[in-house]
Design a protein around this ligand. Structure first.
Ligand SMILES: [Zn+2]
Ligand SMILES: [Zn+2]
Length: 308
């Protein structure tokens, strides 16, 4: 897929950066569900259909979209009639930390019944676990307070907002089950940017409005949704101005952001450099998920989903 370009601009001087493209690929209500099924072993259309309550047309469109984005490759497994299966590419396989981080956040913070999500077991140690975000460079557990982010050469808010119209991107018929609250953030192109701005220290409505250049009605609506879902709270400052702050729940979304943007930079990098630079102490942050039980780094093949 070609990034859109303004007239006269070189293809990479404007247009969506890695953040916008990564969020564009994953910020669809069904993308994460399809990926979850694929990580659990689904490759053939029928298997996906068994696991996802979605129409055949909608599923086909979703698989085509994710294939266009480079997350799946089609492999012919039968000639007559021709049948193809959808196999995760390295880019698609690389989404597993995002799914694990989302699962852990939903499990801990989202408002669904306890035990609604399957637990996960780390084969290496045999225990049910929660992932811990660590810096791969120094091995320390990390959260947003130890990490400094600055824009890279392709950074800036204007380039980090996913595009509205993505080719073959179908509309979702309804909200899928497992990641409802994550979708409140990821499923809307502005919501992800608003929460990213709060992580970067923006607090006031007027700051969001001027910095992000979001239409006012959309900004109000997104802020309201993020407050309703409990990721943001409002506070009145000493000067009597309303400010938006992250709640504990919002702060805990950090590993989802870190794994998502790290994946996006890895697979949608532009020649001029990254969109965002992540610093931990005096080195670059490379996010990694460790097992809270044994302290070993997690790997996709070592994670077993336990069905109740
Ligand atoms: Zn470090
Ligand atoms: Zn373990």
């Amino acid at each position: 897929m070609q990034p859109s370009t303004e007239q006269g601009a070189t293809p990479t001087a404007t247009g969506p950066n890695a953040i916008a493209r990564g969020l564009g690929a994953l910020g669809d209500e069904w993308s994460l569900q399809v990926l979850r099924a694929a990580h659990a072993g689904a490759t053939r259309f029928g298997r996906f259909q068994e696991q996802l309550p979605v129409s055949a047309a909608s599923l086909a469109a979703r698989l085509a979209f994710l294939s266009d984005e480079g997350l799946f490759t089609r492999r012919i497994y039968q000639q007559n009639p021709i049948r193809a299966e959808y196999v995760l590419t390295p880019q698609g396989r690389g989404t597993w930390p995002i799914l694990v981080a989302i699962w852990a956040w939903e499990d801990r913070w989202a408002d669904h019944p306890r035990g609604a999500l399957p637990t996960r077991r780390h084969r290496t140690c045999g225990h049910e676990f929660q992932p811990v975000l660590v810096c791969a460079e120094c091995g320390e557990p990390t959260d947003r307070h130890q990490v400094r982010t600055t824009w890279g050469p392709t950074g800036g808010w204007a380039r980090s907002v996913p595009e509205t119209t993505t080719r073959r991107r179908p509309r979702s018929p309804r909200r899928p089950g497992e990641f409802p609250e994550t979708m409140a953030v990821f499923g809307n192109r502005w919501a992800a940017v608003v929460i990213g701005a709060v992580f970067q220290g923006l607090r006031r409505y007027s700051e969001f409005e001027t910095t992000l250049k979001i239409p006012s009605n959309i900004l109000s609506e997104r802020l309201r949704v993020l407050v309703d879902y409990g990721l943001l709270r409002t506070e009145v400052s000493a000067e009597g101005r309303r400010e938006y702050r992250l709640t504990d729940k919002g702060t805990a979304f950090f590993p989802v952001m870190a794994t998502t943007l790290n994946w996006a930079e890895r697979w949608y990098s532009l020649p001029e450099g990254p969109a965002m630079i992540w610093q931990h102490h005096d080195h670059a942050l490379v996010p990694r998920l460790d097992c809270d039980q044994c302290g070993e780094p997690l790997a996709a093949a070592e994670i077993e989903i336990v069905r109740d």
